[in-house]
Design a protein. Structure first.
Length: 253
């Protein structure tokens, strides 16, 4: 089993220069998606293209209904685009069948949602162990890795607690631990702090960014919180079905 973290002396941080020289973990080209609503056709994604690199934390912003979740579902192999291509780790996943899409979600993609979606009858430790067992890891190795991740997230005193005995922030940190349990290369988070108070949201955000820096994950984090978004490496904005680089407005003098 690979160690989850490195010592301070060995810890890698991914500079802008390293990111620019690397090949993208995720590349999408000309993604389009249209939904039918009665007799209307609504195009929610219109020729979306982007590259996401190892070690990057990318904020995805935009108003409700702008297509953020639709894009995340396509990037996470939960839905298919009408046209365009999706590459993950250099592999064209566009025409994967259901079994292939399930397999790549299990091994290469981690998901974090606004609501933690933890299994209520299992402890924090068990919630992080289970995805690893499904993926074929031994219980011994899965348990060891789960403990390391939960300890990194400051949950060593809570590993035996069930979700209903934990705070909202603790539940969400367990959800983050579960998302990276199988060592994915891509993390997709849909409003991971949207249901939390500001202080708790800050702690969860710090945990999430810490994991990205430690592991070299490529991460896309959809959020309405522009203050948090502007602290990430890049900000992409969904608007009218298009994806733009977001430039914060400067205050007027």
């Amino acid at each position: 089993m690979n160690e989850f973290y490195q010592s301070n002396e060995e810890q890698q941080h991914y500079s802008t220069e390293q990111v620019e020289q690397a090949k993208p973990i995720l590349a999408v080209r000309d993604i389009c998606k249209t939904y039918s609503q009665g007799t209307r056709e609504i195009q929610v994604l219109n020729s979306i293209s982007a590259d996401i690199y190892k070690g990057e934390a990318i904020a995805l912003v935009g108003p409700s209904g702008s297509g953020k979740s639709s894009l995340l579902h396509i990037l996470g192999m939960l839905d298919k685009a009408d046209s365009g291509k999706v590459f993950l780790n250099g592999q064209d996943c566009t025409n994967f069948n259901d079994a292939e899409r399930t397999a790549i979600r299990r091994t290469d993609i981690g998901f974090v949602y606004q609501f933690h979606q933890l299994l209520p009858e299992f402890s924090a430790l068990e919630n992080v162990i289970i995805p690893q067992l499904i993926n074929g890891h031994s219980r011994k190795n899965a348990t060891a890795r789960a403990k390391v991740i939960l300890e990194f997230l400051g949950l060593q005193e809570r590993i035996g607690h069930r979700p209903n005995a934990m705070s909202g922030g603790e539940q969400q940190r367990v959800a983050i631990a579960r998302a990276i349990a199988n060592e994915p290369t891509l993390l997709l988070a849909d409003e991971p702090t949207g249901n939390l108070d500001p202080n708790t949201a800050e702690r969860v955000f710090q945990s999430l960014i810490g994991l990205i820096r430690q592991t070299g994950l490529a991460a896309i984090i959809a959020t309405h919180n522009l203050e948090l978004a502007n602290r990430m490496d890049r900000v992409l904005q969904m608007q009218d079905g298009k994806l733009y680089s977001y430039v914060p407005q400067q205050p007027q003098q």
